[in-house]
Design a protein around this ligand. Sequence first.
Ligand SMILES: [Zn+2]
Length: 217
Amino acid sequence: MCNATEAILWGPAREWVRQRSARSELKCRIGSGQATYHRFDPNTHQHLITFGQRMVEAKFSAQSSQGWLSTREIQHKGYFDGDVSTANLLAHTCCHEFAHLLQSISGQRRYGSVHNAAFYTILDELHESGGAAAVRYFLMERSARSGIELPQATMNLNDVSEQLQAFSVGDAVRFGRDRHQREGEIVRINRRTCTVQGTGRWRGARYRVPVSLMSHR
Ligand SMILES: [Zn+2]
């Protein structure tokens, strides 16, 4: 995923990025947990994308794939024809994090509004331009060469109680869409929803969130 992001996504965009933010560099690395994110250090001009090892692991089963924003994006935005598979999830995750890089360059990343309309315009473009498909092809080829099977079968993701199994009390989650996105911590798992205590700017508020609107962060 690191090589795919650097070669397929960063390679063609590098000059465009440097015209806007001189001396920008990208470094991709593997994290030991599930945290997967993009960071920019304005002092060194370095963009850092971390792919969590446990995030990759989670995307090998339908049950643990449920709680991730990338799963919802493929389903709700129809990326890869809405087809959720390990190969598509991992390719999409490269695009998602790279879209944050482009978003930060274009000045559209704001506190409390990270997955906003500007972000999805960029992510749509990465899919429509064939970038996402090229990343997927790269991942398929590299994994085959290393003897790793990257499943392409469509996952079955419709069962609510199975979706709930991806979450536990204490998990940090994000819910709601676009500008209405909020953050909190799960305090109780119900039959079809989770009770979430707001954190950050939503501290003090309590929400009952349908599992389909919730993802890990
Ligand atoms: Zn994101």
